[in-house]
Ligand binder design. Structure first.
Ligand SMILES: [Zn+2]
Length: 305
C-alpha cells in the first residue's frame, strides 16, 4: 500500500499544474503597462506553485526594434521575473502555424481575401466579400477564417461572464496576412496550446480577441485555458500606455521602485517600506499576498506618477 504522502503526490499529479506566460512583442522597451502585465502573470503562476514562461511574439519584423527582445529579457531578469523554460520565439514556429492553417483549411474554414485596404476601411465588420472566390495560389492575398453565427462565451476571472457573437460582432478574420505573416490570433492559440498554458493573464485590451481564440481552439482541438484580463494602465489623457503613446521605458536600474509601483497599480497595497527592499524580497511578499480579486471588474487604471 502506498504511504499517505505518496498517495497525496499521485492525487496532485492528476491536476494539470498551472502554467502561465508573458508574451511581449519586441517593438520597444518594456513600459509600465507591460511590466504590470508581466508581474500579474508571474505572481499568478507563482502563487499557484506553477510554471511561468516568456514567449517572444516576434512575427512582425517591420514593427520590431533591433535589440528589443534581448532588452526585454534583460529587464525581466533585473526585476527578478525569472522564467522557467527556454524562451520561445514565434519567428521559429512558422511550421506549427502552417500546420494549424492546413487543419483549418481541411475543415473548410479558410478563403483568400483580395480586398484592398480602401475597400476594408469602408466596412466596420468584414462582410464576407471574398467568400465565393476560387483559391488562386499564385496570387498573394490575405487568408480569412470563416466564423459561425454562434456566441462564444467564457467566464473571466476578473471581468466575469463575457460573450461575443462572432459573425455579428467580428466577422471572418485574418489568420495569415497578405505579406504571408501569420496573424496574432492564430499564433497565440497555437502556442498557448503547444506550451500547455493553463492560465492566460493579460491586459483587458485583449478581451475582445478571446472569443476568436476560443473558436480557433475548438477548431484545432486545443484545450481552453482560464482567462484573467487585468485592467490596462491609461495615461492622463485616458489612452492605454503603449509605444504609440511614447510611454516611458521603465528603468530597471531602480528595480525595487518599478516592482513597488507595479504592485500599487495592481491594487495589491504594498507597504511603503517595501520600496527599500531587494526585488527578491518584494516578489516574495507579492506572491504571498497576491489577491487578483482586488482588480475585479476594473478595466482601466490610471497611471500614477
Ligand atoms: Zn475580401
Amino acid at each position: 500500500m502506498a504511504a499517505p504522502d505518496q498517495f497525496l503526490a499521485d492525487t496532485v499529479i492528476t491536476q494539470p499544474a498551472c502554467r502561465g506566460r508573458f508574451a511581449p512583442s519586441p517593438t520597444g522597451p518594456l513600459h509600465l503597462g507591460s511590466v504590470v502585465a508581466a508581474l500579474a502573470s508571474f505572481l499568478d503562476a507563482r502563487k499557484a506553485g506553477g510554471t511561468w514562461l516568456v514567449r517572444m511574439e516576434d512575427l512582425d519584423p517591420p514593427r520590431e526594434v533591433a535589440g528589443a527582445a534581448s532588452a526585454i529579457l534583460h529587464t525581466l531578469e533585473r526585476l527578478g521575473l525569472c522564467w522557467d523554460e527556454t524562451v520561445v520565439y514565434q519567428s521559429h514556429r512558422h511550421e506549427a502555424y502552417r500546420e494549424a492553417l492546413d487543419k483549418l483549411e481541411k475543415n473548410g474554414l479558410l478563403y483568400q481575401c483580395r480586398c484592398s485596404r480602401l475597400q476594408l476601411a469602408q466596412q466596420a465588420i468584414y462582410p464576407g466579400t471574398c467568400r465565393k472566390h476560387l483559391p488562386n495560389p499564385e496570387q498573394d492575398s490575405a487568408i480569412r477564417c470563416l466564423v459561425p453565427a454562434t456566441t462564444f462565451a467564457f467566464t473571466d476571472r476578473l471581468q466575469g461572464y463575457c460573450q461575443q457573437q462572432l459573425a455579428a460582432e467580428v466577422g471572418d478574420f485574418i489568420v495569415r496576412r497578405k505579406d504571408r505573416r501569420f496573424a496574432y490570433q492564430l499564433a497565440v492559440v497555437v502556442d498557448d496550446g503547444w506550451q500547455a498554458i493553463t492560465d492566460v493573464v493579460r491586459g483587458c485590451d485583449l478581451l475582445d480577441s478571446t472569443p476568436r481564440q476560443l473558436y480557433l481552439q475548438q477548431q484545432l482541438g486545443l484545450p481552453e485555458p482560464r482567462y484573467m484580463h487585468i485592467p490596462v494602465i491609461i495615461n492622463s489623457e485616458g489612452q492605454k500606455l503603449g509605444k504609440q503613446q511614447f510611454a516611458r521605458p521603465i528603468d530597471a536600474a531602480h528595480a525595487s521602485a518599478v516592482l513597488w509601483t507595479s504592485l500599487n497599480h495592481l491594487l495589491q497595497a504594498p507597504d511603503l517600506q517595501l520600496q527599500q527592499e531587494h526585488p527578491s524580497i518584494i516578489l516574495e511578499w507579492a506572491v504571498q499576498h497576491w489577491q487578483p480579486e482586488k482588480l475585479k471588474g476594473s478595466r482601466q487604471i490610471r497611471e500614477q506618477l
